[in-house]
Design a protein around this ligand. Structure first.
Ligand SMILES: *Cc1c(COP(=O)(O)O)cnc(C)c1O
Length: 392
């Protein structure tokens, strides 16, 4: 099959819910991808932050194959080793107390929302189910997480949306106070707003917000679906903010490309969701858990320190290119936003970069870079050279 035939097949049989770039991807190695015709692409996107340890990692492939040959799925009515070992690792390295496993970011956030509402119900009874989220946030595509998403453009078509969400302006404590009320049980936020444009939260704001949550007995829910699993240079971004969330969600990068999501709860919230209150048929799937184990093993302290260094390097190099179409950079670790200043839209710029062999993403008005965390310096330099040659 060639590119043209593939595009025709897609258009004929697949719902056209995605605005795809006119590129196909066939296989990859490291942070380098190849299309059906064999053309090479440097990947600064990781399949939207998913391919955290790149493509074709041998340990990852072997762990998946071995586990598939042993046990591909077992219901959560039985014990099995892979999810249990993974939960231990995640808790040990995050300081959290217990894990729940599902399949995606939206599902993980739904679980945290359920946890917050049940925590409050158990303690205070009905009428305290409101969750405050932030303007410009992104929490997922299910009806509840769409409602939680603080961007009006997402609140269309699918009425009625879910009750019990209010929105505060990010970084503004007085806005949070304004929407506070006796019906609130939690605040949910991203520490670096991803889809919103790669916007890191101010540490003082996050600290003050955590203090307010503690005072009001609101749960502090951190959505680390994009920032988690090493993306920002620590296993979770909250570890750089000096806060301890009541619950933290993860998904995208956790299993290095296989579907897995979930959330961790701290000591006081670990038993809120008791037997029968929450479940996921595929949750903690042994193959996904084995893959995630390799991801966590790969992301040791050394590799995480390199994530921070590589992020700084990429940002410095871009800022020194002196391109008139690009402004300041921002972000944490290998989660980088580049301001677009020229006439040309970020989408048009991304399309040209991709055509020229560098996969990038957009978010808000910015270019967004999420390279595999294990990308080599040679691949980084190759990607930056394409950027310099492609943009004005
Ligand atoms: C991608 C993302 C989600 C949604 O994850 P899915 O796996 O697509 O459901 C939720 N929150 C944040 C911060 C994300 O970046």
């Amino acid at each position: 099959m060639d590119h043209k035939e593939l595009v025709e097949l897609d258009h004929q049989y697949v719902m056209q819910t995605y605005g795809r770039f006119d590129v196909d991807i066939d296989h990859g190695k490291g942070a380098t991808l190849y299309d059906l015709a064999g053309k090479e692409y440097i990947d600064f996107s990781s399949g939207i932050g998913v391919n955290s340890i790149g493509y074709g990692n041998e340990k990852w492939v072997n762990a998946i194959t071995d586990q598939a040959g042993k046990l591909g799925h077992i219901s959560n009515l039985f014990y099995s080793q892979p999810y249990a070992r993974l939960a231990e690792q995640l808790c040990r390295r995050s300081g959290m107390a217990a894990a729940f496993f599902g399949n995606s970011g939206a599902e993980a956030n739904e679980g945290m929302i359920k946890l917050a509402r049940k925590y409050s119900f158990d303690k205070y009874g009905k009428g305290r189910g409101t969750i405050i989220t932030l303007r410009n946030s992104f929490h997922g595509r299910t009806l509840t997480t769409l409602t939680a998403t603080g961007q009006d453009v997402f609140h269309n078509y699918f009425f009625p949306f879910i009750d019990g969400f209010r929105y505060a302006v990010a970084g503004d404590m007085s806005s949070l106070q304004e929407v506070a009320g006796h019906d609130v049980c939690a605040v949910m936020l991203e520490l670096v707003q991803g889809e919103g444009g790669v916007l890191p939260m101010d540490p003082t704001y996050v600290h003050d917000l955590a203090v307010l949550c503690a005072e009001r007995d609101w749960l502090l829910l951190v959505d680390e679906v994009q920032t988690g699993v090493g993306r920002t240079g620590t296993l979770f971004a909250f570890q750089q903010y000096g806060i301890i969330p009541d619950a933290v969600s993860f998904a995208k990068g956790i299993a290095g490309g296989l579907p897995m999501g979930g959330f961790l709860a701290n000591e006081r919230c670990r038993d809120v969701l008791g037997p029968g209150t929450h479940a996921a048929t595929f949750g903690g799937n042994p193959i996904c858990a084995a893959a995630a184990q390799v991801v966590l093993d790969t992301l040791d302290e050394d590799t995480l320190a390199q994530v921070a260094e590589k992020g700084k390097y990429i940002r410095a190099r871009i800022e020194h290119m002196g391109l008139s179409s690009l402004g300041a950079t921002r972000g944490l670790g290998l989660m980088i936003g580049v301001e677009v200043t020229g006439e040309e839209s970020n989408k048009a710029m991304a399309a040209r970069l991709i055509r020229n062999g560098l996969l990038v993403l957009t978010a808000g008005q910015a270019l967004r870079l999420l390279p595999p965390l294990t990308i080599s310096m040679a691949e980084i330099d190759k990607g930056l050279a394409i950027m310099k040659d492609s943009l004005l």
